[in-house]
Design a binder for this molecule. Sequence first.
Ligand SMILES: Cc1cc2nc3c(=O)[nH]c(=O)nc-3n(C[C@H](O)[C@H](O)[C@H](O)COP(=O)(O)OP(=O)(O)OC[C@H]3O[C@@H](n4cnc5c(N)ncnc54)[C@H](O)[C@@H]3O)c2cc1C
Length: 495
Amino acid sequence: MSTVAAETNHPLLTALAEVVGSDNLLLDVDQRKLYSCDVYSEGKLCAAVVRPTSAEQAATAVRIIAEHGYSIAPRGGGMSYTGGYIPINDTTVMVDTGAMNQILEINETDMYVTVQAGVTWAQLYEALKPKGLRLPFFGTFSGIRATVGGGMSNGALFFGTARYGTGADNVLGLEVVLADGSRLRTGQAAVNNGKPFFRTYGPDLTGLFTHDAGTLGLKTEATLRLIQWPPESAYLSFVFKGAVEIAGALSAVARSGAAEEAYVFDPGSTAKNLADADIASDFKTLTKVIRGQSSLGKGLKAGAKLVAAGRGFVDQDLFSLHVVCAGRSEAAVKDDVAIVRRLAEEHNGEEIPNSIPMAARANPFQPLNGVLGADGDRWAALNSKVPHSDAAEIITGFDKIMEKYQAEMDATGVFITRLMIAIDTHAFSFEPVFHWFDSWLPLHKKIPEPSHLKKLKEPAPNAAATEPNCLWTSSRINPAMSSDHSMHKNKDIVD
Ligand SMILES: Cc1cc2nc3c(=O)[nH]c(=O)nc-3n(C[C@H](O)[C@H](O)[C@H](O)COP(=O)(O)OP(=O)(O)OC[C@H]3O[C@@H](n4cnc5c(N)ncnc54)[C@H](O)[C@@H]3O)c2cc1C
């Protein structure tokens, strides 16, 4: 039982309730348990959860918490698996940005948008779309809950990443509350009456606060750059026989600059993703595919292809590469498509129906049933970014290391799938995902849709799978393989 919550008249709680109101100060044990776990693990029970609605409230709350000697853990959508906000002591107050969810300014003249940190990627996508605008990187798969503040703090990447990089690559300025409660603006907005249109004002303080896992302060606002919504798009998928071969194709597509997204599923993740998502029969997806094309004729053709492909179109023993091209004109996109096809062919790829990238774009922010695997399994992803020249080495080196632990993993029911993602022209992301069967954390019972949860059976506890001396949990403290997208490669992992 936590020190503070045990005493409801504790001066810290009284002071916090005065700032945010008692409705936005959560003390209930079940609520605190939910906030004290992420997708991977649970920590100590937090002392309280405070939900400010404004930067002023957030700054005052942070100052008060620090003055009382308590730890502060910023939390956005809680959709990470990095332990980034997990309390390591029972005197932690979680600062949940969920109630700071206002889009403050969409500036169509200067092409930026300023949001409170708790705005989700899905919220922003929906608000910008009717204006014909988009973020260059426009969110993570978890974007129905994952927030801009969380994404700036832990290296969010996916939609748009092959052309525009990560979320942090596209931020123009931040407002950060420091531990003493002071509010710091970065970029041009730091100047008196300055507009947040440019990232630097002297040294790049904006960059300093990105990918920090919230350790350097609480982000309360972010300004992101905007682009015009590309009116034309095309989707391509290919299969390849081996991991190294497909990695070569992914790097080539990345270097060409022809794609907005380019990503690879290994055979295991293809099977799991197709089992998780009822791609072709999902009416919502289908109508969005049709609407997403630049004309009704094209839309109907794309929708018909999606239905025809069904779910059995990827041979589940093969690696698959999925690519989205997008641009201002049909001719420009055609050129990009031709480049991608040529590169895939040069790497011995075989083209297959494009249902996966088309469906992912049509319905980018799905309900987060995926916090659990298709069979109710738990999972956590590790991530490493390498230059293209090291891609083959990290893939084969990882497999070599894992071979040593195969018997141990088999005994505890741990299995691995792999993702690869192109980040702009210059970086290759290799992401092994570890799966195992284990009892669920409060978050796993709360986040999926109830109808989805009903179809799954909670597995029995399986502590052996994540024991500290087990390889993949110990790799969490190895800087080479981090479950945070912001970490870099350490050579040792492949030596
Ligand atoms: C089904 C699923 C799909 C996913 N898909 C992707 C994907 O496509 N791409 C990807 O990159 N990740 C993905 N993730 C991982 C995760 O959702 C992302 O990393 C996401 O950016 C987390 O955002 P969040 O708002 O939930 O942050 P949280 O999980 O709440 O926090 C993440 C970190 O940021 C810190 N933080 C949060 N808000 C603030 C703030 N305002 N100020 C300072 N620090 C803060 C926290 O302390 C913590 O260290 C996925 C996860 C799931 C479960």
